[in-house]
Design a binder for this molecule. Structure first.
Ligand SMILES: NC(=O)c1ccc[n+]([C@@H]2O[C@H](COP(=O)([O-])OP(=O)(O)OC[C@H]3O[C@@H](n4cnc5c(N)ncnc54)[C@H](O)[C@@H]3O)[C@@H](O)[C@H]2O)c1
Length: 272
């Protein structure tokens, strides 16, 4: 195997939602592998520890306060990242989330869903990916090179119960990933690739109250998920890293429009 196949050293990677749980785990692993990381988040507090660690180890990690839903703001941030690093090779769209009113509660029905909250969830997960992609593509198309990684979910292909707004928005991400892969390759060539990672179940603050009780034991939903995961456990954020390095390195240079499950077999399992 060529030793350079998975090399990501000196690439500049911008991560939206980069100060969240999965963003920080990906950023740390990339920084350790010589990547220059720009964390783009509306709340950068989550980056403090990693920035200290980066300082001690000679890694390059900058955090920028921004809002993926505000095009002018994200364009200013992109300009700042370009001023600091000179280029951007990879954009990871990891800003995302859910809202209570877009989820059917245990004692609720579909009629209790709030269109206002559904709109917010669609905006954050879908437009929160589309807007930064447009803005970073201005730079990537100019240099005919760029790599975009979207973050999908297990709820995209086969919707999970209760999380209606979130499932719809992540289904849109899968469709957008394929659409954009074709658009970019056919108009600008194979230097521009778009893929998505579809994480299975990783315990983070977004889902911890759905999956665990206050005492750490599993909720009924948490138990069902583990029973439907052939590996019989939740993932750890670090388990996204191998796929990420594959997708941003030359090892995947013929891959575009793919949505890769990282899920301990959940997506493949029918339950019997
Ligand atoms: N945790 C899981 O098990 C899991 C599974 C599948 C998919 N995902 C997806 O992975 C991504 C990251 O999830 P996470 O678990 O790290 O969540 P998280 O809540 O820890 O991180 C999300 C980050 O996005 C930021 N953000 C939210 N709105 C923003 C905005 N308007 N502008 C800029 N930043 C904004 C938040 O401040 C936060 O730091 C999300 O898209 C999520 O849907 C997570």
């Amino acid at each position: 195997m060529e030793s350079t196949l998975f090399n990501v050293e000196n690439k500049v990677v911008a991560i939206t939602g980069g100060c969240g749980i999965l963003g920080i785990a990906m950023a740390k692993a990339l920084a350790k592998n010589g990547v220059k990381v720009a964390l783009l988040d509306r709340n950068t507090a989550g980056a403090d520890e990693l920035k200290d660690e980066a300082h001690q180890n000679g890694w390059t990690v900058n955090a920028y306060r921004t809002d993926v839903l505000d095009e002018d703001t994200i364009r200013d941030t992109r300009n700042q990242v370009l001023a600091d690093f000179g280029t951007v090779d990879v954009l990871i769209n990891a800003a995302g989330g859910n809202m209570p009113g877009a989820t059917v509660g245990p004692d609720q029905s579909v009629l209790d869903l709030s269109s206002g909250d559904i709109r917010k969830v669609l905006e954050l997960n879908y437009l929160g990916t589309v807007i930064p992609t447009q803005v970073f593509l201005e730079h990537m198309i100019e240099k005919k090179a760029g790599n975009i990684i979207n973050i999908s979910s297990m709820s995209a292909q086969r919707p999970l119960t209760r999380v209606m707004g979130y499932s719809s928005s992540k289904a849109a991400i899968d469709n957008y990933t394929r659409w954009m892969a074709v658009e970019l390759a056919t108009k600008f060539g194979e230097g521009l690739r778009v893929n998505a990672m579809a994480p299975g179940f990783f315990l983070t603050r977004q889902n911890e109250t759905l999956l665990t009780n206050g005492d750490g034991s599993l909720t009924a939903r948490g138990k069902t998920i583990i029973e439907h995961t052939p590996f019989r456990r939740f993932g750890t954020p670090e388990e996204l890293v191998g796929t990420l390095i594959w997708l941003i390195s030359d090892a995947s240079r013929f891959v575009t429009g793919a949505v890769v499950p990282i899920d301990g077999g959940f997506n493949a399992f029918s339950g019997v």
